[in-house]
Design a protein around this ligand. Structure first.
Ligand code: NOJ
Length: 763
């Protein structure tokens, strides 16, 4: 069976190779360079493709793909220009940042990771692909898998958080969702893994800033999700804006060729990020011509938005700075992608314009978005079981995020249809009907000063309330005085996170803090909903507000989903995919850190002189990675190991019984962590190795097991420093991936802090 399918694959490859050989033999150099050129939509975003400059370039064969245009008709017109009017009729790649849904918008990726539900990641990517492909899109610039430990960095919102294992599982699920089985179906589109690599670790959390990290940290902590997506068959990879080992990723041969293709076996193509060949100059490289040559030779196949390949590579070829085989490699990979998508068989495969009317923002897609969003909310605190609220009496809904539909979806939602979405206020009103009275007041703007609000983003032009801060505040206090319970919708604007949205402070803006403190001071029960695209600081809130639900940005159906959880129709089950710091000074704070030579036994305890701790704040985050409460309670018991010895080719089973000890149905995420007690290099205090979501009825128990084998214990380390001979410059670069015999701890619990521990030995 396997032999048969391998033979079939080989003959498919041979067919593809022959087709592309024939096509390439007919192509002029200009046409080849056109194929590796990817401009943005430009004048066709709003204008008519036929009469646009981009349209004219397509006809001349100067463009291989286009991106970020919306509309099935437009996509079709562009494809027709390429197929019918250009000399060789090569179809276009039509790309878009479909990051967390198309018109049906799902939670931002960070929130999705909080569901710890890989099937939700796959399903939402599948639906995004169904909708995007109905509008002519055949390529999405997703998944973004950059590990992020610094919430000052706004793009934390676009990835799966701080953990390589969780990030890897989400990444591969999303690739499967977008690409389906083979990219052959007419709803199966090509995914693009980004941003390769390490983009999530910029100095000081400032977007586009310097990244500098050891190879060991890369391999053990940051690269895993990229590799998982490659193993899942992702069709394309986008390089990142940052430098890696001092060389911009865009032109980094070690990264794009040695690691990605030669070591990991990636077979697809590499596209630059937006204009990043152009950005090599401010990075301190040469001029556009030499940068384009360097990018191509290092393994870049497609130039996004710099027009550097089309404008300079012919000259570089003439001058011997690049070879024809460098150009042919890139062209072939782009043509292969088009072939694999089935575009040569049917260039209009994604241009069924009727589907745009029937397959986008359907009731089924909306229902799924609502269901998934509710799974992503993390209940951080629920003193006195204030939540869920009953649908009765007077409920004050107060805060700057309470009545703004556009801010529910989160950043990077380029295809949104805001007129179709509702605000939280509307969601609450629909949920309670005439059973309760919702009294709304804005209370304050998100930021007191219009300038900061303006810096945050373009979507918010119309949301500012121009009444004075005092007027807004007074109105809110009146609403609160009239109510039995207060729900405070606080936090960030959707665009406070995402690209170019770095922050230096992570707590609520002053104006919101003041409002929240006054609401709490009324003595009425207060529930805080925290809208955020990153982990934020809620130290005061944790001490003073009885109930806190972190709702991230839940997508187009967030208002209904939040109402589902607040009013108890759905029991919250989200778990943090990032540690939540106590203050900015703790950043980066992450659970899988090394122990240091001077650890403190109690990371929440008092300061101890000459230990690795702060004298003004504990080491532990406010809320740890993996944390999240439920309206019910769970117990973990009977934790056991089938053996305390593991052989190199064997397996041992860890098991734990999880019981729903409360009185309503709920889901728990069982998390297994491992610690390698002695290694040839220092090892993290724990690393997530397995997780499972289990749904349990009241009183019900389930046993959740994890079969551990040697692969779960492997990690990257230098070959023995005493055995390998290394020069001063290459020391530590000879890395191997093995497990080392010795003692390990296996831990299990509902979060990364609250764990039970057993030991075993790898023999
Ligand atoms: C820049 C962003 O970094 C990247 O994530 C995105 O895909 C491209 N622009 C294209 O819009």
């Amino acid at each position: 069976m396997l032999a048969c399918s391998l033979t079939a694959m080989a003959s498919d490859d041979a067919k593809m190779d022959k087709f592309i050989d024939d096509l390439m033999s007919k192509m002029t150099l200009e046409e080849k360079l056109g194929q590796i050129n990817l401009p943005p939509g430009g004048d066709i975003v709003t204008g008519d493709p036929q009469s646009s400059d981009i349209g004219a370039a397509i006809v001349k064969g100067q463009i291989g793909g286009i991106f970020n245009i919306k509309g099935a008709d437009k996509a079709k017109a562009l494809q027709e220009l390429a197929v019918k009017k250009s000399r060789l009729g090569i179809p276009l790649l039509i790309g878009m940042d479909v990051i967390h849904g198309y018109e049906t918008v799902f939670p931002i990726p960070l929130a999705l990771a909080a569901s710890w539900d890989t099937s939700a990641a796959e399903t939402t990517a599948r639906i995004a692909a169904i909708e995007a492909s109905a509008a002519g899109i055949n390529w999405t610039f997703s998944p973004m898998v950059d590990i992020a430990r610094d919430p000052r960095w706004g793009r934390m919102s676009e990835g799966s958080g701080e953990d390589p294992f969780l990030g890897s599982r989400m990444a591969e699920a999303m690739v499967r969702g977008y690409q389906g089985k083979s990219m052959q179906g007419d709803t199966e589109i090509m995914a693009c893994l980004k941003h390769f690599a390490l983009y999530g670790a910029p100095d000081a959390g400032r977007d586009y800033s310097t990244v500098d990290m050891s190879r060991l940290r890369m391999f053990n902590e940051y690269l895993a999700p990229y590799r998982a997506a490659v193993n899942a068959g992702v069709g394309s990879v986008m390089s990142s804006f940052n430098v890696v080992d001092g060389i911009p990723a865009t032109a980094n041969k070690w990264l794009l060729t040695d690691l990605l293709r030669d070591y990991w076996g990636f077979k697809g193509f590499v596209v630059t990020d937006y204009g990043s060949i152009g950005e090599m100059q401010p990075h301190g490289m040469g001029d556009m011509q030499s940068n384009a040559a360097m990018a191509l030779k290092s393994g870049t196949d497609m130039d996004m938005s710099s027009w550097a390949f089309v404008n300079t590579l012919a000259k570089s070829l003439q001058e011997g700075k690049v070879s024809m085989s460098d150009i042919d490699r890139a062209v072939r990979l782009i043509l292969e992608a088009k072939y694999k998508l089935g575009l040569f068989k049917n260039p209009y495969k994604y241009n069924n314009v009727k589907r745009e009317k029937t397959d986008i923002y359907t009731p089924e897609h909306k229902a799924e978005a609502r269901r998934v969003a509710a799974k992503t909310f993390v209940l951080l605190k629920n003193e006195g079981n204030i939540l869920p609220l009953q649908k009765k009496g007077k409920i004050a809904l107060v805060g700057p995020l309470a009545n703004t539909a556009i801010n529910m979806v989160g950043s990077w939602a380029g295809a949104i249809a805001p007129e179709k979405y509702k605000s939280l206020l509307h969601g609450f009103q629909d949920a309670v009907g005439d059973k309760a009275n919702i009294i709304y007041a804005k209370g304050c703007n998100v930021y007191a000063d219009a300038k900061t609000e303006g810096n945050v983003g373009i979507w918010n032009k119309n949301i500012r309330d121009n009444r004075t801060e005092q007027e807004l505040f007074d109105e809110a206090m009146k609403a609160a005085a009239n109510a039995d319970v207060i729900v405070a919708a606080m936090g960030e604007l959707a665009e406070s996170s995402g690209e170019s949205s770095s922050r230096s402070e992570l707590d609520l803006p002053e104006t919101q803090k003041k409002l929240l403190a006054a609401l709490v001071a009324t003595g009425k029960p207060v529930v805080m909903l925290n809208f955020s695209g990153r982990s934020t600081v809620m130290t005061w809130e944790n001490e003073n507000v009885p109930a806190i639900l972190n709702v991230w940005f839940g997508g187009s159906e967030a208002p209904d989903a939040i109402a589902d959880v607040v009013f108890g129709d759905v029991n919250p089950s989200g778990k943090l995919p990032v540690s939540m710091p106590r203050n900015v000074g703790q950043v980066p704070v992450y659970y899988n850190h090394l122990n240091t030579g001077r650890p403190v036994d109690n990371p929440k305890g008092d300061f101890i002189k000459f230990k690795s701790n702060y004298f003004d704040v504990p080491n532990a985050p406010l809320y740890p990675f993996g944390y999240g409460l439920s309206y019910t309670s769970f117990s973990f018991s009977d934790f056991n190991l089938s053996s305390d010895k593991l052989s190199n080719d064997g397996t041992i089973r860890a098991s734990v019984k999880v019981t729903n000890t409360g009185d309503r149905e709920g889901a728990e995420v069982v998390q297994y962590y491992i610690r390698d007690m002695v290694g040839s290099i220092s090892r993290p205090v724990k690393e997530l190795k397995h997780f499972e979501r289990v749904s349990l009825a009241p009183g019900e128990s389930k046993t959740v097991s994890f079969d551990i084998n040697v692969d779960d214990l492997k990690y990257y380390h230098p070959v023995d420093q005493f055995k390998s001979k290394s020069s001063a410059l290459s020391s530590g670069s000879d890395i191997e991936y093995t497990a080392e015999p010795g003692e390990f701890q296996i831990m299990v619990g509902p979060d990364s802090e609250n764990v039970q521990t057993l030991k075993f030995t790898l023999e």
